[in-house]
Design a protein around this ligand. Sequence first.
Ligand SMILES: [Zn+2]
Length: 133
Amino acid sequence: MGRLFVIQYDQTPDSRIFLCTICHTQFALRQEVVSMVRTNESLLLEKAVNVVVDTPEHYYLEDAFDNIEMIEADVHCVGCNMLLGQTIIAVDSFHERLIEGRLMLELRKLLYWNGEQVIDAITLLPPEPEEDD
Ligand SMILES: [Zn+2]
């Protein structure tokens, strides 16, 4: 099999990019972020690149006001196949944030290019060096 085509953004002082913690594949520009969901430390994105989408599955979301039925699919990194989160394939009713095509990625699986260096997407600090046991 040939190598999968990977989209590469330039990491310049003007760009802000989310990357894979393991293989540094780029997933999204800062301007694709819809919101940061603090409760489960994830990032809601308008779109992403370099992800592999799994088979869609039904998903039920219950909160205080709604019972939402959605069809979602897991998304993986194209470079290392790590599970990153989910993408919304279809939603049964209108919801201001849950819109078809959007993705919810776990922050702890992401790094962030802040125009200067690559930092941890949660702590916003340079990643901890690997510890030797
Ligand atoms: Zn990866």
